[in-house]
Design a protein around this ligand. Structure first.
Ligand code: 3HC
Length: 696
């Protein structure tokens, strides 16, 4: 009979074994009731007559996935996790932890305070705290070094790397791997403790050999690789304290943990954690997705090949259509190269790659071969007429119920749907290049798109291990619409006096992996050029226009692929002197005396432009919630995760201050710098973007 000690914990006694079961779905987060129940159960069993060993296991798909992230930032409720760990470590009878599934952060810390640890084969463990802007706060930085030494602990605690059961055993973090359901493994492990075949010891009683070189190496590595992150160096400081007495080390760890908890990076990183998950909460989430067993891809260029690669890697057979054999050969070469990269990254082995190419990929020059596909993704040249022609033909070929998707980056999905007799089955699936690597997928919902079609886009994204964000139809959807706007702001700054390199440096210092001009060189400057030509007819003649990018393209400089763009690429990238000349000429033509921009001016203007357009995207209903915009910029545009996304960042500035900025800039260019109505509304009502996320 199980005695409940809280909503999510119970215990039973089987012969001499006290069994504690943790049951806090979905992942056994160490919420208040779990901590309370675990403490009560451990205390009750340690004084229960006849109990000689306690085994703790999880009834959900994890032992304990970590502290309850939703409780961070709120007033802590006793017992705290460190107190629970101390109680377990101090238990009169030995405690064995049965670790299975994701046992991360606080979950590992609970296990480390037990006197023995066994794992089931599905264990994934580690200290992901730094990815959330904090450090292990329940003894992890003190107990792990006592088992695996300073160097190995530093690596785990500063990177957040997740490891599997065998690596955990070889490191000495856990004692052994066992089989069976968690309760059976718990009884078996307890029997071994009683038989003396599974050794027990209190982790806190062990000592840590000093290793000053490991500490210096870790600090140096972080200073080079992640100079802007707050938590990882704090993890090094905490681990350093483990060579002294346990109580002092624990106190040091707690103090550093609390400092991290208060840092803006913690709030931003946890916002990003939830952004990744909340975006799946769409109005169509109860619709039944269609079965997708095979996919057609039309177009074998960079995007088509990348999409085909992503599908193959997810186990979906692909039929790729191109116009002729030469184009098919190029697509095959591109897909093979992508798969080679996946082999090099350890995602699959060489035999697996060969099977995918030989058995799962069909290349055809005949669109009719897509008749059996459940989903066809069009990834041809970005031209409305070309795409409409393809959609018309696909509609005649594809079987009833097959979904037709476009990978367009900007074009109107309604206009593509309109040429078909299945408007309910048409949507946009906007992948980001390289499509087999980038995590974002914008699922663009057109006027008639059926809820099941949208839901299918989301299940496909999950299968591809991508983050899908729901977007409405407009030029550029969420991401590219915002990008176009802030890129215009950066182009204006270059015309007015900043250099492309200074803009890149300033935004890289803010945290972007690459500045916008370096990104443009990588993507190919011809893409933006084609888009500007497309929009030329509808451009407002009163809007300020910088011709610099067009002139660079007219010179035949399309970025990396042509060896020159904003930078030159023979060897390490260098500023292109030809571009500097073009900039000078255009300034002279426009009568502009170049002025100085500080790096702060550059980031302020770029971020303000980004936030303003994002507010309009929200106002127009193109994105569901501010947190969806954050997800797009974080997972598709390199926005620094530790800043949380533009909407989260905007809340740190405040609506009123943003309006002041925009009105200040508007003195020079009232056409471009307009205050979005949503920002005015927030300022007037005292709300934040976060308030608009609802339950998210
Ligand atoms: N706290 C609160 N909620 C959590 C959570 C946590 N630690 N971990 C997961 N969840 C929630 C998710 O938000 C999601 O909720 P939803 O259904 O409402 O969207 C639900 O659990 C399921 O999570 P996923 O969708 O992510 O499920 P997966 O199976 O894909 O992944 C997982 C499971 C590997 C556990 C993944 O959720 C994960 O990595 N979680 C974070 C683990 C972590 O970082 N733990 C350390 C926390 S910090 C800590 O312990 C501090 C300590 O040192 C004091």
């Amino acid at each position: 009979m199980i005695t409940a000690t809280s909503d999510s914990v119970g215990y039973e006694i089987v012969d001499q074994t006290g069994l504690i079961v943790l049951d806090n779905p979905p992942v056994n987060a160490a919420s208040h009731h779990l901590r309370h129940g675990l403490m009560q159960a451990a205390q009750a069993l340690s004084v229960a007559e006849g109990v000689a060993v306690i085994a703790v296991y999880g009834a959900t798909r994890a032992f304990i996935a970590g502290a309850d992230i939703r409780e961070f930032g709120q007033t802590p409720i006793d017992p705290t996790l460190p107190a629970v760990c101390l109680a377990i470590e101090g238990s009169r009878v030995p405690v064995v932890a049965v670790m299975h599934g994701p046992t991360l952060g606080g979950g590992l810390e609970v296990a480390l305070s037990a006197q023995a640890r066994v794992a089931l084969p599905d264990l994934v463990t580690g200290f992901p705290e730094v990815t959330l802007g904090i450090i292990p706060g329940a003894g992890g930085t003190q107990r792990a070094p006592r088992l695996i030494g300073l160097a190995a602990t530093l690596e785990l605690a500063t990177t957040g790397r997740r490891i599997e059961a065998c690596e955990a055993v070889s490191l000495g973090l856990i004692d052994r791997v066992m089989d069976g359901p968690p309760r059976d493994a718990a009884l078996a492990a307890a029997a071994e403790v009683l038989a003396g075949t599974l050794a027990t010891r209190r982790t806190g009683d062990l000592t840590v050999p000093p290793d000053p070189e490991a500490l210096t190496a870790a600090a140096d590595r972080l200073a080079k690789s992640q100079p802007r992150l707050f938590a990882p160096p704090r993890a090094v400081e905490a681990v350093a304290a483990s060579t002294g007495p346990l109580d002092k080390g624990l106190a040091r760890e707690r103090a550093l943990f609390n400092t991290c908890l208060k840092s803006p990076q913690r709030a931003a990183l946890i916002h990003a954690f939830f952004a990744e998950r909340v975006v799946a909460k769409i109005p169509e989430r109860d619709a039944t997705p269609r079965e997708i067993a095979s996919v057609g891809v039309v177009g074998g260029g960079t995007m088509g090949s990348g999409i085909a690669t992503a599908l193959l890697l997810a186990g979906l057979p692909v039929t790729l259509a191109e116009q002729n054999d030469a184009a098919l050969d190029r697509a095959f070469a591109a897909i093979s190269k992508n798969l080679d990269g996946a082999v090099a990254r350890g995602k699959l082995n060489a035999a697996g790659r060969d099977t995918l190419l030989a058995e799962d990929l069909v290349l055809t020059a005949d669109l009719a071969d897509l008749a059996a596909a459940d989903l066809v993704i069009e990834a041809v040249f970005e031209d409305l007429d070309v795409k409409r022609d393809i959609f018309r033909r696909l509609d005649a070929i594809a079987k009833p119920g097959a979904i037709l998707a476009s990978n367009t980056s900007y074009l109107d999905i309604n206009k593509l749907a309109a040429v078909t007799n299945r408007t309910q089955d048409v949507l946009g699936l906007h992948f980001f290049s390289p499509a087999h690597i980038m995590r974002l997928l914008e699922v663009v919902v057109a006027k008639d798109t059926a809820p099941e079609t949208t839901a299918t886009g989301f299940t496909l994204a999950k299968r591809l291990r991508k983050i899908a964000v729901r977007a409405g139809v407009c030029d550029g959807f969420i991401g590219n619409r915002i990008l176009s706007h802030y890129r215009t702001a950066t182009d204006h700054m270059v015309l007015d006096g900043a250099s492309p390199q200074q803009v890149d440096r300033a935004l890289e210092a803010f945290g972007f992996a690459m500045g916008p001009f370096a990104v443009a060189d990588l993507a190919g400057l011809d893409i933006g050029w084609a888009n500007r030509k497309r929009l030329a007819a509808t451009r407002d003649p009163a809007a300020r226009y910088s011709p610099i990018a067009d002139r660079i393209c007219e010179a035949g400089w399309f970025g990396r692929k042509t060896g020159q763009g904003y930078y030159t690429y023979d060897g390490a990238p260098e500023p292109n002197p030809g571009v500097a000349r073009i900039i000078d000429e255009e300034r002279a033509k426009a009568g502009i005396a170049p002025r100085r921009f500080t790096d702060a001016d550059i980031t302020d203007r770029t971020l303000t432009a980004m936030i303003a357009e994002a507010a309009r995207v929200l106002g127009d209903g193109i994105a569901l919630r501010p947190i969806d915009v954050d997800a797009v910029l974080l997972f598709g545009y390199g926005f620094p995760r530790f800043r949380g996304g533009p909407m989260h960042f905007a809340d740190g500035i405040g609506a009123a201050a943003l309006i002041d900025r925009i009105e200040g800039y508007a003195a020079e260019d009232p056409q471009f710098w307009q205050v979005p109505p949503l920002l005015r509304h927030l300022a007037a009502t005292g709300q934040t973007f976060a308030d608009l996320n609802g339950e998210a």
